[in-house]
Design a binder for this molecule. Sequence first.
Ligand code: ADP
Ligand code: TZD
Ligand code: MG
Length: 601
Amino acid sequence: MDLATKPATPTAIATDASTVSTAAEPSRAPQEIDGFQLVIDALKLNDIDTVFTLPGIPITDLTRRSQAGGLRVLAFRHEQNAGYAASIAGFLTQRPGVCITVSAPGFLNGLNALAHATVNCFPMILISGSSEREVVDLQQGDYEEMDQLAIAKPVAKAAYRVLHADDIGVGIARAIRAAVSGRPGGVYLDLPAKLFAQTIDAETGKKTLIKVVDPAPKQIPAPDAVKRALELLKGAKKPLIILGKGAAYAQADADITALVEKSGVPYLPMSMAKGLLPDTHEQCASAARSFVLPAADVVMLIGARLNWLLSHGKGKTWGGKGSKDWGGQKFIQLDISPQEADSNVRIDAPVVGDIGSCVSALLAGMNANEGANWPKPPAEWLSAVADKKQGNVAKMAETLAKNPTPMNFHSALNVVRDIIKANPDAMLVNEGANALDFTRSIVDMYKPRKRVDVGTWGIMGVGMGYCVAAAVTTKQQVIAVEGDSAFGFSGMEVETICRYNLPVCVVVMNNNGVYKGTDVDPTGRDPAPTVFVKGARYEKLMEAFGGVGVVAATPAELRSAMEEAIRSKRPTLINAVIDENAGTESGRITSLNPAAAKKKS
Ligand code: ADP
Ligand code: TZD
Ligand code: MG
């Protein structure tokens, strides 16, 4: 920001990065260390190697000096996208993703992602610079004045403020511990501008830093809880396992596979748990979802909550008669949060602990009791699931084989499905309504933590932030399947993707609008609220920054464009032209639309 236009206060000038012409450290006695450096050193000491940010007062120099000090500093065009990037980096790495923003508006832009991290159980730290306490608390109108700590608290797992340079070590340590221990979540760390310029003796300062020992301690489940769960599972006639993104987060892939295979129980992956075992696994019951949920008698939830995404464990989805009726299932729930059990229906066998420890305790119990002879579920159940699956897979294959003009979601996603099959290490980012729901059901995943999407809230806007974080943290090719509306929320970050030259291929499923492109304003005055400029040329956005833009009107064109993107590793945006009639209102969650609910009642 230009000082001439800034309502400067003396303290703001003192910490204003625009007064510092280079990334060099400001002059001070050689034996002193300042707040900026203590923050950077504390992050590095705790193996945080990347920060997601957007510079400005008072954190410009924090970003410059972080970069000079060896951190990877990824600068975005909007803090919300930096925040989403940090949140998914946390999910992928089990280390808190760090987002650094300016005060008030920048902080508020980052807050959405902080809430998202908390709701999705992703470890993240939002660090925001803030104005001077004395002025904020008396509401005297400071530059970007806002009581940020108070605003962050309700959406954060924890929120802290550091006022003195010698407390920075403790502040960062507490933030890291809060983010990754127990149920992970978003943590807010408030750093007032004055703090960065404070200096203390360098030797003393170094001693105040804390390297967090065992930040996410194992939590071993109680033996009687494990025994209770195994007894329930063993007695089941129609057992089912549901894997959630908590299971994916836990990185206990081999034990989870062993547990599922040893039990012989059909399983359903929630969307971000897809690929924990390959979707093509014979026990995968995704293609028989609406059959297995109401039919199962014992359901084991592994890192999945019985929230709206699982119809709260009751109602018609689960075989209940009315929307609030319990379907009669018994539930086993493996979760790190002891409060999760009974949140929606009774949990008969809660197993509280980290997924890795819970799963290995169950496996040990199975081996101790029965050795290789742990009983498989009854054959009638397995064959009923297999039959249902086969029928649905055959129906889907028929639909996928059609080649309509213009393309619909199925014919386009049939291509994406092949591309992911051929490139199972690629990361898949996915958002939209139809663009989300069809991708989730059509595109098989083969490896853990390869699919990242709208998560627990079903939010639009995670797309390009996720792409940057996925590319940087995994070093793999990233493929994003984006609704045209969804893409618009973070579309400007294609510049960021080009700037860092990341191997990201964005496929915009362009059906001219939200759900469909066919609505009209009944008064004839304006475009309908769900409709965009028809035939929009999204690919030109990528070309504007030196990336590759392609229009794909047929599956063949889409296939060759995606193959070329993967071969070249260049930032690519493919404008996939989809029939504007192809979608349905709200995708698969039409029932949550109050208009639809009203029609029914
Ligand atoms: P999904 O949306 O895939 O169903 P949810 O986000 O609803 O998954 O559920 C994830 C669950 O996993 C949360 O209840 C959370 O407490 C739990 N969880 C997250 N990390 C771990 C872990 N390391 N060990 C055990 N449980 C975890
Ligand atoms: N705003 C935010 C932050 N999240 C949301 N989920 C919405 C608005 C509402 N919304 C959905 O739930 S899906 C969607 C919106 C605006 C966009 C659907 O259009 P699309 O996908 O083009 O992305 P399809 O393929 O046309 O259905
Ligand atoms: Mg659309």
